[in-house]
Design a protein around this ligand. Structure first.
Ligand SMILES: [Zn+2]
Length: 81
C-alpha cells in the first residue's frame, strides 16, 4: 500500500487488503466505519485487516471503531431520512 502525504482533502490510500464494504448491517448498508479520530476506516493504513492501522493525518495510531457510516437512505416517497 502507499500513503500519499497531504491534507484530508487530497488524502488517498491504496489498500492492499480488500475492503469489506459495502456490507449489510441490520437493514442498512454500511459503506465505511468512523474511527475515534473521526476519519473513515478507508483513510487508515492496512494491518492484517483492512484499515485497522494508523491514520497519519490525524495522528491516530490505530483504527478504533466509533460508528458505521451508512449509505444515504433511499426512499420511494422522496421524503428522505
Ligand atoms: Zn483513526
Amino acid at each position: 500500500m502507499s500513503y500519499i502525504k497531504g491534507d484530508q482533502k487530497s488524502f488517498r490510500l491504496d489498500h492492499d487488503v480488500p475492503s469489506p464494504f459495502p456490507r449489510k448491517v441490520g437493514d442498512r448498508v454500511a459503506v465505511d466505519e468512523r474511527c475515534q479520530c473521526w476519519a473513515p476506516r478507508s483513510h487508515h493504513m492496512d494491518t492484517v485487516g483492512y484499515g485497522h492501522g494508523a491514520c497519519p493525518p490525524n495522528e491516530c495510531e490505530k483504527f478504533s471503531f466509533r460508528s458505521f457510516i451508512f449509505e444515504p437512505r433511499v426512499t420511494t416517497t422522496g421524503q428522505g431520512k
